[in-house]
Design a protein. Structure first.
Length: 414
């Protein structure tokens, strides 16, 4: 990978040791690295917010997309390929053998792994753990968010239902006490992006309100809520369904539960894990038909094994066995996150689920960018926005990744 890191930046004395770890680790371009010169990608199917332009071109200057090709720009012929916006993942626990619950080094490994698969923006997700550890991890992750390496922090747990705990430690779960929710928001120092909680638990609705007031996304998930309780949570300000269908009661005709409430409400965006394991294709189609592409966000919910291979891994404090790409808890056998990367989610959406390319782009880039409040900068290929883009071949296999005008994966052309 072309990215580099300054592990030994100056000034990292003992002054900041302790909870925050005082990391100076960086993933951003190093001081002496020459910026990529202006370039124009030509001949591609360029997926714009207004539709796909066949045989179109896209010009990049510095870190941004530009309307007119700059003089002297390098021309790269990508005829027959697709150009789509960089993917945005709002729910991701790790990859490349490392997790967002680990050290700064681990976090950077996970970021780098997903970038190589087209995810140019991601929110780092934690899993249920001791509050003290979550507070400490929030401090570390907030530093990386400040450096621009991640777009924010998603706390998945501990405020979730023991009935729907999935791969979270039951003994560490707790009711969503607003004071404790507040503690996590504060520890994230302005970088808390989302909290997944079970709003039917005591303190749930007040916690949703608190999150909404602080501009943090309240996401309903790992929940045993009824339809009515879910409606109440949405009215209180919840706007995301954490991996819809997974870790919540199934749709039942007499007790429709959270799925119906989350799907029908225009204010809610539903996360879907499109790995062919977490969802039957018909469930995915149901969600798309009902919510429309504008209200779907494809996520990975990836754990350490994403971008690596089968074997034993940790998910927070729990041991996970990955076999044939499916991650399951060693104890109990629950599905424990995915090994998905968003390039595969995209390819599957278009080739298996037969979604229009434009809808896949909406669900992988535009919607999550909007949710994060970053639409002015990322999420679509438009002049003035960051040159975050993914180059795909005619079969939608990844052939290049550019982030902020620099090739993370150089174009692999025939
Ligand atoms: Zn998750």
């Amino acid at each position: 990978m072309a990215t580099e890191r300054d592990d030994q930046a100056p000034g990292g004395s003992g002054a900041q040791e302790g909870a925050r770890g005082g990391t100076e680790t960086r993933l951003q371009r190093g001081a002496g690295q020459a910026p990529t010169g202006p370039q124009v990608l030509t001949g591609a199917n360029v997926v714009l917010p207004t539709g796909t332009v066949k045989g179109g071109q896209l010009a990049v200057e510095g870190r941004r997309i530009t309307g007119t090709p700059p003089a002297g720009a390098r021309r790269i012929d990508v005829t027959g390929h697709w150009l789509v916006p960089g993917f945005v993942d709002i729910h991701n626990h790790g990859g490349g053998g490392a997790s967002f619950s680990g050290t700064a080094e681990d976090i950077l490994t996970a970021i780098r792994t997903h970038r190589a698969h087209g995810t140019t923006t991601l929110v780092a997700s934690t899993v249920t753990d001791e509050m003290d550890l979550l507070v400490r991890q929030a401090g570390l992750l907030s530093e990386l968010a400040e450096q621009g390496d991640i777009a924010g922090i998603h706390f998945e747990g501990p405020f979730i239902s023991p009935c729907r705990k999935g791969a979270h430690s039951e003994e560490l779960l707790r009711d969503p006490d607003p004071a404790e929710v507040r503690k996590l928001i504060d520890a994230a120092r302005g970088k808390a992006a989302m909290v997944t909680l079970a709003a039917e638990l005591p303190g749930g609705i007040d916690s949703v309100r608190l999150l909404a007031e602080h501009g943090v996304i309240a996401a309903i998930g790992h929940t045993d809520a009824s339809y009515e309780q879910t409606v109440e949570a949405i009215d209180a300000g919840a706007t995301v369904a954490t991996h819809l269908f997974n870790a919540m009661p199934a749709l039942n005709h007499r007790a429709p539960g959270p799925i119906a409430a989350l799907l029908e409400d225009e204010r809610v965006t539903v996360e879907l894990i499109n790995d062919g394991v977490h969802l039957h294709p018909a469930a995915l189609e149901l969600a798309f038909r009902h919510a429309g592409a504008e209200r779907v966000a494809f996520i990975t919910d990836a754990m350490d094994a994403a971008g690596t291979g089968d074997g034993r891994y940790m998910l927070g404090p729990l041991e996970v066995e990955v076999s044939e790409g499916v991650a399951r808890l060693v104890e109990g056998g629950s599905i424990a996150g995915s090994t998905l990367t968003l390039d595969r989610a995209f390819q599957r959406a278009v080739t298996v689920d037969k979604l229009p390319v434009e809808d896949a782009v909406t669900a992988l880039s535009a919607n999550p960018a909007r949710l994060l409040g970053l639409s002015d900068r990322i999420g679509s290929l438009e002049p003035g926005k960051d040159a975050d883009l993914v180059l795909l071949d005619a079969d939608f296999a990844l052939k290049g990744v550019m982030r902020q005008g620099e090739w993370v994966v150089a174009p692999q052309l025939p």
